[in-house]
Design a protein around this ligand. Sequence first.
Ligand code: SF4
Ligand code: SF4
Length: 180
Amino acid sequence: MISNIERCYQCGQCTSVCPMGEQEQTYRIRRFLQMEKLGLESEESMITPFIFYCTTCYKCQDNCPQGVNLVDAVLAIREKAVHKGKMLEAHKKVGQMLINYGHAVPTNADAMEKRALLGLDERPPTVQASIEGLSEIKTLMRLTGFDNLVAESKVETIPENTTMVQQACFTQQQAAEEKA
Ligand code: SF4
Ligand code: SF4
């Protein structure tokens, strides 16, 4: 069980301040926490894409009168979902990039050209410039089973809702600007 989750008395303050909850009614951090607290699997929490879109902004945690570690709860639910084979398509692709290139965002041709113009090696001195290093990454991914986890056919992808996410980001940005 997540640390200090038993302190939750279900006041709902966390849900009321959560930017994801504002955008999507199925995303209720209080409810997910209750399921965790009772030791119940919440299928609902694992199939909503929003559990992956939680920005770990800590608003829920900062506003909890009981000091519950809510962000730990979100991370734990995500971890369980992934181990049950549920993952966002975008995250799976990032995992595949990591296996193929050793970087989630490998250096592209444009960046390589700019590096060369600056008199730098085209590839940064990371695993991208090291065949041995990349080989080690691949071995690590294979030994940990990460390659299977993100393989095309092994993961049930959760439908993503880009519009909702964009709205949520916009709302957060607006709130930050209003505070500034
Ligand atoms: S704010 Fe804290 S005490 Fe209230 S429901 Fe959320 S986790 Fe529980
Ligand atoms: S950390 Fe996640 S669950 Fe908590 S308020 Fe932010 S978006 Fe919502």
